[in-house]
Design a binder for this molecule. Structure first.
Ligand code: ASP
Length: 606
């Protein structure tokens, strides 16, 4: 193996096979860096030693595949390369065989500058030969194996579920597979194994997991893939805490496999609290939370500033950005996306000048230090009237608008000044570098302004809080009312968040058929529609369904974080582009008329 030779092997015979990574021609001496998955070893071909081999080696080019037999030799002191594990030795060639030639690749695995991504994806087999990609794919294997081993040891069984199935709603469009034997009918590729894993609980497999491909036809954002891999699990009779413990356990194992020691339990935070403190349901705990600064202002200050005294007034602090120039300060306002009438005061100096007492209190309360940036976000007087706080909720929709505006600005500013504050840089201390969080008690329903109806915030199989169940009794009257009690129904749903990224979502599920039917009704589905789409599942629920719950985490994203990669495409061997195209095999493609005819499909050509 090319990466395995060490000084202790000196004097031994060795056979190496691999690719010509680089060749250097010094006349009578030819140096070949020979590469395989384990690394690179220098091979020396000496014309004086063996003219025939030297002559044959003259034909070698980058990426030729060769076999070399020779003797391992310690390098001369002045040629030792301390940067390579094999840098102390070389293989002196005594025999050479060219196993295969290679066309000149469009780029070389040994190139230090990366070629454009389209070329990399088209010639993925060359791209995957690069060290960085070999590392990423190996990390992926190790992480997946650590998770499998951990869950298996905890008594979970990995059980496969079908790819050709019917639609399971996870909020995206389905990929469809036409049936030839029943023309005009379609399978859907699973957006997740949600219903199958619940049915496995009904089937007596009390601890299920699967590292499984899921398919969602979404408009792709930069960090999405149409097919992606989930670590999917489900268990019977759990409290949410038991699911969290399992996830924390396998994440500890996964991070350890990549060389990072993280320590559970992860902190937990109510959804409302996350919104109040960070303006987002997946807070990045590495950055400071908001400071509520309403009390720092005298009531007349708020009037003068034209601020709505009934809505939150929060300070966003970004540490250590240093003195901002006029132009830099002016650039902040355009970054602000105002929801629900939220307004911004980006010039803290002006607050200091006009309201010195308030400014001093704000600085103290927010823990402002020299060089910190403070921006204030508040509601304008014309922000829509505060509605009463629904029972069980701490944040009203009007407050949410202010917090969400501030939350987006907090992240945008933190990104913009990342170089200056350095908070996103790795410190080498996993406890600081990986800030995990459980966000719990999400709302059950989300109002869809476009469709004028309530959607499931997670998915429709999520259980509402026991205490909020009575509110569902009123659903029939309130399915079209954005102010209805449905807004205050909490779900037994939870997300695991890392550094502001959602790694996974899960919930305790509904296990009673009557509750499930009521949820479908709240979502505006009639009994008949629910039966037509999920009849099999509603029926299964009637055969002694044990309480159950679970979660699914994105494997690709976890590996991306662990490998320190910049995009999901760096950790998926054969990914698709943002337009859902596989550039290597050139998919999707049109298919022949015969194939379409057999499927009973006519393609509309515009
Ligand atoms: N099936 C859900 C998803 O893919 C996760 C879960 O509830 O287990 O988002």
């Amino acid at each position: 193996m090319c990466g395995a030779l060490r000084a202790t092997d000196a004097g031994k015979k060795a056979v190496l096979m691999g690719w010509v990574n680089r060749r250097r021609d010094h006349g009578n001496l030819l140096f070949i860096d020979l590469r395989d998955r384990t690394g690179v070893t220098q091979v020396v071909i000496n014309a004086e030693r063996d003219a025939a081999i030297h002559e044959k080696a003259g034909a070698l080019r980058n990426e030729y595949v060769i076999a070399v037999i020779g003797t391992v030799k310690l390098r001369d002191a002045n040629t030792i390369n301390p940067n390579m594990p094999t840098g102390g030795v070389e293989l002196v060639s005594e025999g050479l065989r060219i196993l295969n030639e290679s066309k000149l690749p469009p780029f070389l695995p040994s190139d230090t500058a990366l070629t454009n991504e389209e070329t990399r994806l088209k010639y993925r087999y060359i791209d995957l030969r690069r060290d960085a990609m070999q590392f990423n794919i190996e990390t992926r294997h190790k992480v997946a194996k650590a998770i499998r081993d951990y869950l298996s040891a905890q008594g979970f069984l990995e059980i496969e579920t079908p790819f050709m199935t019917r639609s399971t709603p996870e909020g995206a469009r389905d990929y469809l597979v036409p049936s030839r034997v029943q023309p005009g009918t379609f399978y859907a590729l699973p957006q997740s194994p949600q219903l199958f894993k619940q049915i496995l609980m009904i089937s007596g497999f009390d601890k299920y997991f699967q590292i499984v491909r899921c398919f969602r036809d979404e408009d792709l954002r930069a960090d999405r893939q149409p097919e992606f891999t989930q670590i999917d699990l489900e268990m019977t009779y759990p409290q949410p805490e038991q699911v969290w413990e399992v996830v924390e356990g396998f994440l500890v194992a996964a991070f350890a496999a990549a060389g990072f020691e993280i320590k559970p339990p992860f902190p937990r935070m109510d959804y409302d609290e996350a919104i109040r403190l960070y303006g987002i349901d997946k807070p990045d705990l590495r950055l400071p939370a908001f400071t509520d600064v309403k009390e720092c202002f005298a009531p007349e200050n708020l009037t003068q500033l034209a601020v709505n005294a009934n809505l939150p007034v929060v300070a966003v602090r970004i540490p250590k950005v240093g003195e901002l120039s006029r132009a830099e300060r002016d650039a902040i306002k355009p970054m602000f996306i105002s929801k629900g009438g939220a307004k911004i005061f980006e010039d803290f100096k002006r607050i200091e000048k006009n309201f010195p007492e308030a400014a001093a209190k704000i600085a103290a309360k927010a823990g402002m230090e020299a060089g910190d940036l403070i921006v204030i976000v508040a509601g304008s007087p014309q922000s829509s009237e505060q509605t009463a706080l629904p029972s069980n909720r701490k944040v009203t929709p009007q407050e949410l608008a202010i917090y969400a505006s501030a939350g987006l600005l907090r992240l945008a500013l933190a990104q913009k000044y990342a170089e200056r504050h350095g908070i996103f840089k790795k410190t080498g201390d996993a406890q600081k570098d990986f800030r995990f969080l459980w966000v719990t008690n999400f709302p059950m329903f989300e109002w869809d302004e476009g469709g004028k109806r309530w959607n499931a915030a997670h998915h429709p199989f999520t259980s509402p809080h026991e205490e909020d169940m009575p509110k569902l009794e009123t659903v029939v009257e309130s399915v079209n009312d954005p102010q209805s009690e449905l807004s205050s129904v909490r779900a037994l749903a939870y997300d695991v968040v890392l550094n502001g990224t959602e790694l996974g979502s899960g919930s305790i599920r509904i296990h009673r058929q009557d509750v499930q039917s009521r949820i479908f009704r709240a979502l505006g589905m009639t009994e008949e529609e629910a039966r037509a789409r999920f009849g099999f599942f509603l029926e299964a629920l009637e055969y002694g369904t044990p309480p159950h719950g679970g979660i699914a985490l994105g494997l690709d994203r976890i590996v991306m974080i662990l490998a320190g990669a910049e995009s999901l495409r760096e950790v998926i061997p054969f990914p698709k582009t943002a337009r859902a195209v596989d550039l290597m095999v050139d998919a999707p493609t049109p298919v022949g008329e015969k194939q379409l005819w057999e499927l009973g499909i006519v393609v509309k050509r515009s």
